[in-house]
Design a protein around this ligand. Structure first.
Ligand code: BES
Ligand code: MN
Ligand code: ZN
Length: 489
């Protein structure tokens, strides 16, 4: 699909579908530009509004065919909601709505007429993201695609000026989100630690990134007993992935993004129960978003050095598996009594965080499908955010806001560390059920000494049960857009 920014006005545009976004309260008779367009289309817009009782409510739409002599075949009206609530963010979901209608109507050419907000480049970026993300369909595991293919070949963004850069930015970000979605959606027999490392390798090749893969022996040499304790039960080799983007010119900032990379989480010997285990291919959502962010950032080329890290493996059962009660020693020397092998993500992240801090970065952000408790607290659309650094928390919240992704800041309540105290080791890996996402964050905090750090628990939003906004049912690619915005900010 080609997205173009053109100076054509809706009055002059010829093609199959013309989509017009309107604020709430639109009524007939129409006024201004709208009236002129309505006249040109023989009153079709006014008719559509009154017949369909279209009022411009957010998320609403109305479609009609136009007479055969008209320069456009279909008119699509979409509602933006109240003008006072209009944000750049609205454009992503609006474009997604239009894209879904265009697909259903089998349109090959489409134009979008959207009221101005922000800069033309920002508008083009948001619209591009929304179009690509809504139309993304994953047929990799079907022998024959049953879904109708999208025919849409060209989309003209009207009246934004010459802002191809905005389209290019939106495309890079959408590609990153889509990579994350496809990694998360792929089953655990397709995406393993080995294939994640291969994905990192292809990104490195394609975009000229530096790549270091630490094999099991390398991890042993670094004393990563916590990560390797989890990896032991797998018949596949663990891979510690360290991909680096370095700017060509001067470097303004140096940061690390660390993603939980459990390609499957069976729970280990404190096995998960039925109902909990079936979806655990998505337990590499953090690693998926880390690589997705790398794909976008490598194309957007900010003046920020970014380290993308994931300690990838799977949590399995075997005669070699770590047992409940085993004590592991992490690469910072701290000892952990594993009272629950299903709290494995934090064990892998512990060594990844220690590794990240040694890189002397200015900030570390980890993202992990870490706890069911976070889903209980915030539901499946909002991620949890914990940070030792108020500025970093503010930056991430702003980045998420622009990204149309939601996070809620949670407390790093030090008193709750009491629940992780072990009589025999420095700490246990699991605290009481109550406040489970907070004790998980406190556990991670033991592995970052002084670098500003934030932890994102994304167990809920990495997956969507049904289509909504730019998300299709399935993997969402959350929070690639937040990470990219944060790095670029
Ligand atoms: N991968 C899970 C967390 C999870 C749960 C992600 C539901 C997505 C949906 C994690 O490894 C886990 O098993 N956490 C346990 C921790 C508990 C044993 C302290 C949990 O949340 O139950
Ligand atoms: Mn687990
Ligand atoms: Zn897990």
């Amino acid at each position: 699909m080609d997205i173009n920014t053109v100076t054509t006005t809706p009055l002059d545009w010829c093609g199959e579908g013309l989509a017009i976004a309107c604020f709430a309260g639109v009524t007939t008779p129409l006024t201004g530009d709208f009236a002129a367009l309505n006249d040109r289309l023989d009153g079709t817009i006014a008719e559509l509004i009154s017949e369909m009782e279209f009022t411009g409510k957010a998320g609403s739409s109305a479609v009609t065919r136009v007479g055969t002599h008209s320069p456009v075949r279909k008119i699509i009206l979409v509602g933006l909601g109240e003008e006072a609530d209009y944000r750049l963010n609205t454009l992503r979901t609006t474009a997604a709505l239009i894209a879904r209608i265009a697909k259903q109507q089998k349109l090959k050419t489409l134009a979008l007429q959207i009221p101005p907000i922000g800069t033309g480049a920002q508008m083009a970026q948001m619209l591009t993201e929304g179009l690509h993300l809504a139309l993304h369909a994953d047929h990799r595991f079907k022998s024959k695609p049953e879904d109708q293919p999208t025919l849409l070949a060209t989309v003209d963004l009207l009246g934004l000026g010459d802002v191809g850069t905005g389209v290019a930015t939106g495309e890079a970000i959408a590609q990153g989100v889509i990579l994350a979605r496809e990694l998360v959606a792929a089953p655990a027999n397709a995406v393993t630690a080995v294939t994640l490392a291969e994905t990192a390798q292809s990104l490195a090749q394609e975009y000229g990134l530096e790549l270091e893969i630490l094999e099991q022996a390398d991890c042993e040499a670094l004393g990563m007993g916590s990560f390797l304790g989890v990896a032991k039960a797998s018949d596949l080799p663990p891979k510690f992935i360290h991909l680096t983007y370095k700017p060509a010119g001067t470097t303004r900032r140096k940061v690390a993004i660390v993603g939980k990379g459990l390609t499957f989480d069976s729970g280990g010997l404190n096995l998960k129960v039925a109902g909990g285990i079936e979806t655990m291919k998505m337990d590499m959502g953090g690693a998926g978003a880390t690589l997705g962010a790398a794909k976008a950032i490598a194309q957007l080329k900010p003046d920020v050095e970014v380290h993308f890290i994931s300690a990838a493996t799977e949590n399995m059962v075997s005669g070699r598996a770590m047992r409940p009660g085993d004590i592991l020693t992490a690469s910072n020397g701290k000892t952990i009594e594993v009272n629950n092998t299903d709290a494995e993500g934090r064990l892998t992240l512990a060594d990844a965080l220690v590794f990240a801090e040694k890189l002397e970065v200015e900030a570390i952000v980890d993202l992990a499908t870490l706890t069911g408790a976070c889903v209980v607290a915030l539901g499946d659309q909002i991620g949890g955010l914990w940070s030792t650094d108020p500025d970093l928390a503010v930056q991430l919240k702003a980045a998420a806001e622009q990204a149309g992704e939601q996070f809620w800041e949670m407390p790093l309540e030090d008193q709750y560390f009491e629940g992780l105290k072990s009589p025999i080791a420095d700490m246990k890996n699991t605290g009481p059920r109550a406040g489970g996402s907070i004790t998980a964050a406190l556990f991670l905090k033991q592995f970052v000494e002084k670098t500003p750090w934030a932890h994102l628990d994304i167990a809920g939003p990495v997956w969507a049960d049904k289509e909504s906004g730019v998300n299709n049912a399935g993997a969402t690619g959350y929070p690639v857009r937040t990470l990219v915005n944060w790095v670029l900010s």
